[in-house]
Design a protein around this ligand. Structure first.
Ligand code: GAL
Length: 364
């Protein structure tokens, strides 16, 4: 079975959780998972939330929503970013375990480097939920809650093709960017996009002029905008003195804006550039016909779903999951609750952000 192969189990009953802090209904649907019920725990229980680094707005918002939502639900949240890197996150998780959290929600910087800490959690009887980014090479993760990030990649790949087709016939010159190699999502986004783009490269519709078509050639360490801008500068000077650039696959909005900055500085026409995260500056860019697309993966829904899982565990039930086959972490397929990502272009932005007080203003 392909790792991160995309498929959905049939979904059953609808469960909704309104987050008063933002009045957003959770559209979640799910089936009861298998396995025995977890032992419940009391209101007021400590819940650990280990977040990575503030590489994009969605992570900053997640911190606020976890603190508000867990407090609202009657728990004691301990929400921490590890801006100092992996070793800081390892120490933070160990401290959360020592401090007696009942559940550990982990947004990993590097999901492959927490094995020791996750074993500590298992030994302490703590349930671990991987948030947004899969925890890999370990059996000590019970659930995964995320937008279907393979589907994010598929949507990005298709948007690149659609955006270029709107401008004219192929073949098209493109370049490929991926996220940080330590983020398990980066490979997932890239694989999803290449499932759409590779057949078009093979049949000659797409031409990656630099020849850099492998994930490890396209990665952007740390999701750093500066790294993407420098690479785009190099690609332009090395390959596009006489060639036009029609499109760039960008895995998220911060990198998309860096890529656009580089192309603007070169004086060339702006290519179709994809993105992800519906960041404010990128929604403005899309409305100004610069960036072509982003992905709406509303953090309010993702955090709400993670808290729903915590509440399920608190009541001693098996949390709702809706996927039992897609996300193989190298040791096991992790039962998941996957939310549906949405492609956003200028055309559907007003609809997509209708209930987002900040973003809807930008689409008027
Ligand atoms: C990913 C996340 C994306 C993007 C990226 C950069 O793991 O799924 O939405 O924000 O991190 O921080």
């Amino acid at each position: 079975m392909r790792k991160f192969a995309k498929s959905f189990a049939t979904v059953a009953a609808i469960s909704a959780l309104a987050l008063t802090s933002c009045g957003r209904e959770d559209p979640g649907t799910g089936t009861e998972g298998g396995g025995e019920a977890a032992a419940g725990f009391e209101e007021g229980a400590a819940i650990g939330v280990a977040l990575p680094q503030k590489t994009s707005e969605n992570w900053v918002l997640a911190e606020k929503l976890f603190n508000e939502g867990l407090t609202e639900a009657g728990y004691e949240p301990s929400v921490q970013f590890a801006n100092g890197g992996v070793s800081e996150q390892q120490n933070q998780i160990s401290s959360m375990i020592t401090n007696g959290v009942e559940v550990l929600v982990v947004g990993a910087i590097d999901g492959a480097q927490l094995g020791t800490q996750l074993q500590q959690a298992a030994d302490a009887g703590i349930t671990v939920i991987a948030y947004d980014r899969l925890l890999t090479n370990t059996e000590n993760v019970e659930y995964y809650v995320a937008y279907d990030n393979f589907q994010v990649g598929e949507l990005q790949g298709q948007a690149l093709l659609d955006g270029m087709a709107e401008r004219g016939e192929g073949p098209y010159n493109i370049e490929l960017f991926a996220g940080s190699p330590d983020d398990a999502n980066a490979q997932v986004f890239f694989d999803g996009a290449m499932s759409i783009l590779q057949p078009k490269i093979d049949d000659g519709t797409l031409n990656v002029v630099s020849g850099q078509t492998e994930f490890n050639q396209a990665v952007t360490q740390g999701w750093e905008a500066g790294n993407a801008q420098t690479r785009m500068d190099t690609l332009l000077t090395g390959n596009y003195t006489s060639e036009e650039l029609d499109g760039v696959l960008s895995p998220n909005d911060t990198l998309a804006r860096a890529i656009l900055t580089s192309v603007k500085a070169s004086g060339k026409e702006l290519p179709v550039v994809t993105g992800q995260d519906s960041e404010i500056e990128s929604v403005k860019s899309i409305m100004a016909d610069e960036q072509y697309s982003t992905i709406n993966k509303d953090t309010r829904n993702l955090v709400a779903q993670a808290i729903t899982m915590v509440e399920g565990l608190a009541s001693g039930e098996e949390p709702e999951i809706n996927d039992t086959e897609s996300y193989d972490n190298g040791v096991k397929v992790v039962p998941a609750y996957l939310l549906e990502p949405q492609i956003v272009t200028k055309e559907n932005a007003a609809d997509a952000y209708a209930d987002d007080p900040t973003l809807s203003e930008l689409t008027k």
